[in-house]
Design a protein around this ligand. Structure first.
Ligand code: ZN
Length: 188
C-alpha cells in the first residue's frame, strides 16, 4: 500500500516561523562551529618570513592547541582565526605590531667581553639577562659583545599558513584556568 503523502505544511506543525527549525542542526555540526572567544582550537601552521624562509612549523608534529581569547598566540593570528571553522585553510599575514613587536634599537647593548667569564661567545647564542629577559648575541668583537634584547621575531612580518583541524567549546574549568586541558594542553 503506498504511503499517504503528507503536505509539507503538516509535517512540522509546531515549529516557530522564520527558519529557526534549522538552528539545532547547525549548532551540533562540529564542522560548522566557528572559532570565537573561549573556543579550544587546534591548527597546523607553517611560519615563514617575507623571504619565504621557514621559521617554524607544526607539520610532522601534533597540531598546536590553544584557547581563543587567552592571548596565547600573537594577536594578529588570533584575530585572523576568529570566525574560522574546521577544515579552513588560509594565510595570515601579521605585521610586527600585531606579532612580536617592532624592533627596538634601545634593546641593543654593547657588553664588555670579560663579562661573559671567558666562555666562548658566538653570534646567535642566547643568554639570560635578568629574571625574564633573554638576549641574543648579534655581534662579537675582540673586546665586546653586541646583545639584542628584542624577541628574535621582533620587526618581522609573519606569514602563517594555517589549517584549522579542531574547534570545540572550552569547559568551564578551562575558561577559569585560562588554558586548554587534555591533548595539546595542560595535564593537571
Ligand atoms: Zn588548568
Amino acid at each position: 500500500m503506498p504511503l499517504a503523502r503528507v503536505k509539507s505544511s503538516e509535517t512540522l506543525p509546531d515549529l516557530p516561523p522564520n527558519g529557526r527549525r534549522f538552528a539545532p542542526w547547525s549548532n551540533t555540526d562540529p564542522h560548522s562551529m566557528k572559532i570565537t572567544r573561549n573556543s579550544v582550537v587546534s591548527f597546523h601552521y607553517t611560519l615563514t618570513n617575507a623571504e619565504g624562509e621557514v621559521l617554524d612549523s607544526s607539520r610532522g608534529h601534533e597540531p598546536f592547541t590553544y584557547l581563543q581569547g587567552s592571548q596565547m598566540i600573537v594577536p594578529g593570528l588570533e584575530a585572523e582565526l576568529e570566525g574560522k571553522a574546521i577544515g579552513d585553510k588560509f594565510v595570515a599575514v601579521v605585521d610586527p605590531a600585531n606579532g612580536y613587536g617592532d624592533f627596538d634599537n634601545s634593546l641593543l647593548q654593547r657588553v664588555p667581553l670579560d663579562r661573559f667569564g671567558g666562555q666562548q661567545v658566538e653570534v646567535g647564542m642566547q643568554f639570560q639577562a635578568g629574571e625574564h629577559s633573554v638576549v641574543t648575541v648579534a655581534e662579537v668583537t675582540d673586546t665586546d659583545v653586541l646583545v639584542n634584547g628584542n624577541h628574535p621575531l621582533a620587526g618581522v612580518t609573519l606569514n602563517f599558513d594555517v589549517e584549522v583541524t579542531g574547534v570545540r567549546e572550552a569547559t568551564a574549568e578551562e575558561i577559569s584556568h585560562g588554558h586548554v586541558h587534555g591533548p595539546g594542553g595542560h595535564h593537571h
